[in-house]
Design a protein around this ligand. Sequence first.
Ligand code: SF4
Length: 373
Amino acid sequence: MLTPAPRATKPQARPAAADLLTWYDRHRRSLPWRAEPGEIAAPYRVWLSEIMLQQTTVMAVKPFYLRFLDRFPTVADLAAAPVDAVMQAWAGLGYYSRARNLHACAIAVMERHGGRFPATEAELLTLPGIGAYTAAAVASIAFNQRAAAVDGNVERVMSRLFAIEEALPKSKPLIRALTLELVPDDRPGDFAQAVMDLGATICTPKRPACALCPWMVPCEARAAGTQELYPKKLKKVSGDLRRGAAFVVLRADDGILLRTRPPQGLLGGMVETPTSAWEPSYEPAHAMLDAPMEARWQRLPGIVRHVFTHFPLELTVFLAKVPKGTPAPADLRWTLRRDLHEEALPGVMKKVLAHALGSGAAPVKTPKAKDER
Ligand code: SF4
């Protein structure tokens, strides 16, 4: 006789911070900006790492963080440095507006707070480049204040834990409130880092390792077997994601290699850096086959995202520096960097140039970072 499949029931237990912290004490990631167990991290290090981690992975940030810290060991060193030196140390991390804000924030900490980061979320929010997420992360991790530091990882964990049906971004206030309810009085900084670690290592976007999760019992999505359906997201665009590579060539006399697109079709007649075809199956690992010239190409960390009416696009950006006098290949031309504003560059190309050369390369609104939402 067939027995009916067991019906998923709502878990009775509520998630407890203590269970997560017990797991964290055994499985915490060792990261260069983290304090040793039982210690509280230096605010400068926490802030620096959180700014670097906006839109950049932990793996990519680690070496940059260590080099940067070596060069600017304190907030006073950073504030005293010329902005060009800061930009130079930031080179390769992309999203250069973050580096400018970083420098401005260091100066503000010196001038307004005597070189000590303020401890509350409200005061941290008044500093350049610090938004809701970073303020909560610094307040909790560096000052042990109760705060809800909600990034993408935390959104995923909470959406699953409470089976939140409302779609992002509308569900953000609810997620924040539920997170804050869980923050314990005694170890808010460890709690913030524990949820981040859980999201990064166990409650991953695909195939979460629920059997290893300290919140397996109270998790509503796991009880229903619907983990991967959360977080619910508003469908933003129709059309398949396309991918491609963009090639930025900088000549020693500040010339940038450009071309004009054909008059018909998408972005007809507009100007661009050379790119590959844009296709759903494009593989950046093979991008050198599409490079416009022989050069020492550097693949930049991060990705440039742009949404056209009919499809979203992700471009991997490659940068090459070539000597003065290098001729332009056929159908391409050089434009001096200072004259870029005279070129008909579409938004996506301004993003590419800003990603490769810094936000001053062309007037562009850079994609929103976590703190700029
Ligand atoms: S039980 Fe699974 S889905 Fe739920 S929080 Fe843990 S890892 Fe995520």
